[in-house]
Ligand binder design. Sequence first.
Ligand code: HEC
Ligand code: HEC
Length: 297
Amino acid sequence: MDDRFNTIAGWTLASGIVALGLASISSHYFRATKDQRPDKMGYEIAGVVKSGGAAVAVPIEALLGKADPAKGADVFKKCMSCHTVTQGGANGIGPNLYGVVGDAIAQGRGGFAFSDALKAHTGKWDFKLLNQWLTDPRAMAPGTKMTFAGLDDPQDRANVIVYLNSQGSNLPLPAAPPAGAAGAAAGAAAPAVALVGDPAKGADIFKRCGACHTINQGGANGIGPNLYHVYGDDVGKGRGGYAFSDGVAHKGGKWDAAALDKWLTSPRDDIAGTKMTFAGLDSAQDRADVIAYLKAN
Ligand code: HEC
Ligand code: HEC
């Protein structure tokens, strides 16, 4: 009886020491430099689902095309307290990630001791799964050892994924969803996704509109109407007496961001019989950029 009590007391003490040891190891690692430490420290309450999870709905394929591996290298600084990515780099708190895109989930990696939670996922790290993982690791594999809150910004995720892809994988990027699907997705998800448009990039995209449109104040109508202050203005009205098609002239409403996004996805699907013989912009980011440019002019 006494013996058993001593054994139990001994184990209790031992586990206390182990716990203390782990606490000091983790505080040692997590006291790294500011931009190396995990996004969120401390403990999350199990079962609390982070609202950021909804961001998974962003079609990653659409963002990968715009992604920049140099920016991804910058984002990767957030991963470096736990990961190396060079060929033959050491495992640390997390496994070395060389060639991880397209590789089997939670296997190999120089014998890294993966959690059962991640090992339960079979299959390979494709672009979609990496996007899901980096949005919220604990949502994808509850109980994972990767104590990293996730990257909220979809473009940061796309950037870091193309960076990882450039480190030993070099897989072809998945095709962006076709215009119709992108339009449907944008129609359903655009307000929630709220891509931030960059008017400077939009000016560049507007070169494709310049064959038919001017945008400066008092600019001439050409094949299409002058577009000065079109953002927020009535659809198919005014514009120096421009002769709109019946479809556009009778559409009604104003050109807000949602209406412009739908129009610029595919003018002919948006307003039947339009004279705007422009196929549309497939990339949601391109549309957001050019809309930001219209708004600024
Ligand atoms: C606080 C430490 C930490 C940070 C920060 C961190 N990770 Fe991890 N990562 C881990 C651990 C630990 C694992 C193993 C997870 C498991 O076994 O459950 C892992 C696993 C992974 C895997 C799966 C590897 C495989 O072979 O299956 C990928 C991919 C990954 N991390 C990418 C990233 C990226 C990209 C970042 C930065 C945006 C990042 N991690 C930030 C600790 C971290
Ligand atoms: C090939 C010529 C052409 C190109 C290229 C073109 N458009 Fe147009 N656009 C037109 C025509 C023609 C109309 C009038 C449509 C109608 O009346 O049916 C129009 C109408 C519009 C309108 C509606 C104006 C209003 O007052 O209701 C907007 C907004 C617009 N275009 C934006 C753009 C943008 C942004 C681009 C580039 C991404 C672009 N267009 C590319 C020819 C073009």
